[in-house]
Design a protein around this ligand. Structure first.
Ligand SMILES: C[S@@+](CC[C@H](N)C(=O)[O-])C[C@H]1O[C@@H](n2cnc3c(N)ncnc32)[C@H](O)[C@@H]1O
Length: 228
């Protein structure tokens, strides 16, 4: 989450190492299977996946809006997710990671992605289901599997994959670490052991998710959608 990095991924903060690792692993797998050619990175933020995706695509075009809270030097095309300054069918593939929750009109944005993709092109989205509010005030929604399925099909996409990226333990383990980190200041600054505790919590949470995977508690869904 950036990708909920302030919230989810990208910046490798101590508090979200577990979710960042899962997100990276899944994105890399999807890149090998679905991404190629000219890639649109919609709501790219600091473009944290440029190195990870470089072996798979020819060009990685970062798109973000003027009001982004991220480093604008990484943005190649300035425009909103609703009105991307690009011709119809001008991209072979697209990613949109941890952005959908920040869009007041997600359906419109998914249609815009459909417009810029070539027929047969794939888009890889990630969208949170359980996560704290971040990048306020532009944080509007959380998504269930059923909401995502509805939105993508309505926009004309075929759904190739729709996958929960964690179960209960990863979600609440990482949220607990965020909370502990947020308390590690002021009069509670004595909590110097919080980093070590956070590392242990994330290791245990990752292990527990393997033993008891309850996907209805996922922190994040991944969608691979294809334009027919
Ligand atoms: C949580 S960050 C994710 C950034 C990046 N995709 C990642 O995975 O690290 C959310 C991104 O959505 C962008 N965003 C918010 N509203 C937008 C809009 N209307 N059009 C395009 N991008 C938008 C923000 O500027 C920010 O870069």
């Amino acid at each position: 989450m950036s990708a909920i990095r302030g919230g989810t991924q990208g910046a490798r903060k101590r508090s979200n190492l577990l979710t960042a690792r899962i997100h990276d692993r899944e994105l890399k797998r999807c890149a090998g299977q679905y991404l190629k050619g000219r890639l649109a990175d919609i709501g790219c933020g600091d473009k944290p996946y440029s190195d990870l995706l470089a072996p798979f695509v020819e060009e990685h075009v970062g798109i973000d809006h003027e009001g982004t809270q991220h480093d604008r030097s990484r943005v190649d095309l300035t425009g909103t997710a609703y009105d991307i300054p690009a011709a119809d069918a001008s991209f072979d593939s697209a990613i949109c990671t941890a952005v959908l929750e920040h869009l007041e009109e997600p359906e419109q944005a998914i249609r815009e992605c459909w417009r810029i993709l070539k027929p047969g092109g794939h888009a890889v989205y990630t969208a949170p289901f359980i996560w704290h509010v971040h990048e306020e005030p532009r944080d509007f929604y959380r998504y269930s599997r059923y909401g995502l399925e509805y939105l993508f099909k309505k926009a004309g996409f075929e759904i190739v994959e729709l996958k929960a990226l964690s179960g209960f333990w990863t979600t609440f383990g990482v949220l607990l670490v965020y909370k502990m980190q947020s308390m590690n200041r002021g009069p509670l600054r004595w909590l110097r052991f919080v980093d070590a505790l956070g590392a242990v919590t994330q290791s245990v949470a990752g292990l527990m998710d393997r033993l008891d995977r309850a996907e209805q508690w996922t922190w994040m869904y991944l969608v691979v959608a294809r334009k027919p």
